[in-house]
Design a protein around this ligand. Structure first.
Ligand code: AMP
Length: 111
């Protein structure tokens, strides 16, 4: 079944897009945990970090460059988190690989 991110990628669900190219889309998180909370999503339906294969690595490189660009665009270059939750016990709720770009506030070790 299509995840919410598949539906956003296909244009079936609205989202606040901040970046898009052939392989990657980035949207504002619907429930932001910080002033800047962006989800960077490879369009390829990869389930999670653990499912990435060697052939997917060029897409992951692109994702990292998009993260750097968005960190610059949103003025959080000097401090941000870039993370993915892998699996239910880590808090993953959407099973289409995505990376959280979070910044704009002071963060502690985990919070
Ligand atoms: P995770 O829990 O790591 O799988 O992250 C999923 C994230 O997707 C959460 O931070 C949600 O707030 C966010 N989210 C869920 N649905 C939407 C949506 N329709 N548009 C934007 N963000 C969403």
């Amino acid at each position: 079944m299509d995840t919410v991110f598949d539906q956003i990628i296909q244009g079936k669900l609205p989202a606040e897009k901040v970046y898009e190219d052939k392989n990657v889309i980035a949207i504002k998180d619907i429930a932001p945990k910080a002033p800047v909370h962006i989800l960077i999503i490879p369009k390829k339906p990869i389930k999670d970090l653990q499912s990435i294969t060697k052939e997917d690595l060029p897409i992951i490189e692109e994702v990292i460059l998009v993260a750097q660009k968005l960190a610059r665009d949103f003025n959080i270059e000097e401090g941000y988190r870039f993370l993915t939750n892998n699996g239910i016990s880590a808090g993953q709720s959407v099973f289409h690989l995505h990376f959280h770009l979070i910044g704009g506030r002071k963060m502690g070790i985990l919070g």
